[in-house]
Design a protein around this ligand. Structure first.
Ligand SMILES: [Zn+2]
Length: 291
């Protein structure tokens, strides 16, 4: 049996839609972000995925100065941490939306791979409580890809369904010089409008990835544990955090994203996978690092 690579644990500590009213440990202010990243770092997290927050509403914002304050707070407290900035926005034009990446030049950023419904629903009754159409057409994606590459940032392709994967590897990657290889993919399970966790589907998607790609999973709510379990035992990487789930597997409210790292490390220990340091994560992902 081949030895699996060290496990990269990413913590999605804030999220665009996770509020303090749901879990008070969601960071809003830059200092709170730095505190939480420090706690995650102590647990073995090597990447933090960040949505800066609108301090009034608590929702994520793509505002450059809000992102700069959070980014600088994290970098000054935990200079070794890999920072992955979200490029998600439902309302901003594409020039504004990509500004935090082009200006701050983080090591990584999210890359949205398809347009889709994006909603808050009841899976029990089918009721749609809140929804938006998440617009990511091809020509916008090409625009973002060029900006991201010019910033020296590695895109993390967020795969919400098989069409999104095909948009990237079956279509846009045919354009010369748009994406660097090896590519890194984040399979997202449990967003209403995207795919829910399904082991056979997941295995099929991983089989489609270009040779040498790296991949991770994240799962919303009940999708989280089975998706991470699968990743840990098959050589993928894992994202946890309050963006995806405010609960621990034992149904207690998480005291922070850092607390969720512990059950991932329990799985990793059983699966005989060591946890990657930030330097090891950079080596696995092919990141040159930031001065
Ligand atoms: Zn996010």
């Amino acid at each position: 049996m081949p030895r699996l690579p060290k496990l990269i644990i990413c913590a999605a500590i804030a999220g665009g839609a996770t509020l303090k009213s749901q879990n008070e440990h969601v960071p809003y202010r830059p200092e709170e972000f730095a505190d939480e990243v420090e706690r995650c770092s102590a647990e073995g997290v090597s990447i933090v995925h960040v949505h800066a927050k609108d301090l009034g509403s608590g929702y994520g914002t793509i505002d450059l100065e809000a992102n700069r304050a959070v980014y600088n707070a994290i970098r000054s407290r935990c200079p070794d941490m890999i920072v992955n900035i979200s490029s998600a926005s439902f309302f901003d034009d594409k020039e504004t939306r990509i500004l935090p990446v082009t200006e701050l030049k983080p090591e990584m950023c999210s890359f949205n791979t398809n347009s889709m419904n994006f909603a808050l629903v009841s899976y029990r009754t089918g009721e749609v409580k809140l929804e938006a159409v998440y617009r990511n057409p091809f020509l916008d994606q090409v625009f973002y890809a060029k900006k991201i590459r010019a910033a020296g940032t590695k895109p993390e392709f967020e795969i919400f369904d098989p069409g999104g994967l095909n948009n990237i590897i079956g279509i846009l990657d045919k354009q010369e010089g748009l994406f660097d290889h090896p590519m890194h993919f984040q399979f997202v399970y449990g967003v209403a409008g995207g795919m829910t966790w399904d082991q056979k589907l997941h295995i099929a998607l991983v089989d489609m990835l270009p040779r040498g790609s790296t991949w991770s999973v994240c799962g919303v709510g009940p999708n989280q544990v089975p998706a991470v379990f699968q990743a840990v035992i098959t050589g993928g990487h894992a994202r946890i955090g309050l963006e995806d789930n405010i609960w621990n597997p034992d149904k207690t409210l998480s005291q922070g994203s850092w607390e969720q790292v512990r059950w991932v490390k329990d799985l990793a220990r059983v699966a005989n996978r060591e946890i990657a340091s930030c330097a090891e994560a950079r080596a696995i992902l092919g990141l040159p690092g930031r001065p």
